[in-house]
Design a protein around this ligand. Sequence first.
Ligand code: AKB
Length: 313
Amino acid sequence: MDKTILILGACGQIGTELTLALRQKHGGAHIIASDIREHTDNLSISGPFELLDATNYEAIEDVVMHYEVDEIYLMAAMLSATAEKFPSRAWNLNMNSLLNVLNLAKENKIEKVFWPSSIGVFGPNTPKQNTPQHCIMEPSTVYGISKQAGERWCAYYHQKFGVDVRSVRYPGLISWKTLPGGGTTDYAVDIYHKALEKGNYSCFLREDTRLPMMYMEDAIRATLELMESDRGKLTVRSSYNLAGMSFTPAEIAQSIREHLPDFTISYTPDFRQEIADSWPESIDDSQARADWGWMPEFDLQKTTSEMLAGLGK
Ligand code: AKB
């Protein structure tokens, strides 16, 4: 029998594409999309949708019981830039939603959990290049602190209660199908929209700010591959480092100019520069490669071609 999966935060940047990918794989009826905001048409046409607040334990439990849910993907979160503006709301959402889902698994109401961590878990004292799986972290943002605490909770629930929780540290994610909201890496999506609409872009980061990034197709595949891996192969129960590519605003602008030669970019760094400066430039994901065979497929050139072609439609 097909397993039943609940996605919390299904209307967000990752949640939307993840829901559609899971429905393509398992059929729509068993993949329950949910979010605190109203759904878009493509999420309600292809399968069930529930209005659901991820910080409300009883409400999630009701949906889990009603649909006999086996797995939860918890994609609801407040990202780095917005979390700096609303620290206690960010902490409430990012922490309580995770504890709700971990407790449902602890009570044996669900079998498996996916929860996303982020490169935001690292901080200014972390080695910047090829950042190892295990190293000094010390995040300096509200978002990073919540992700680090979340990782510790995941490892704790796995160790103490045998909860099968799996996680990756997503880099900045790039997609033409869905928009990010409130992150420090959002410029790497916005730049393609503005390149096509106006031919120029004003970037909120300095031209030499190198950050780890990934094309959404790779990120969705990584998520599904990790969730389908044999339990016994997984050696990391906090969160796996995951790498795709790394580039600077100047380099992404150059890759756009290869398709749109007249494209121009200017730089007006704002408060997000400090966040970006505290994050790694590149990530060592050898543990994910060794444990569950992770291998990225998209580099900057391929990403730019896909983005401009997709948005051009
Ligand atoms: C953000 O910029 O906050 C996110 C992330 C890297 O987790 N995209």
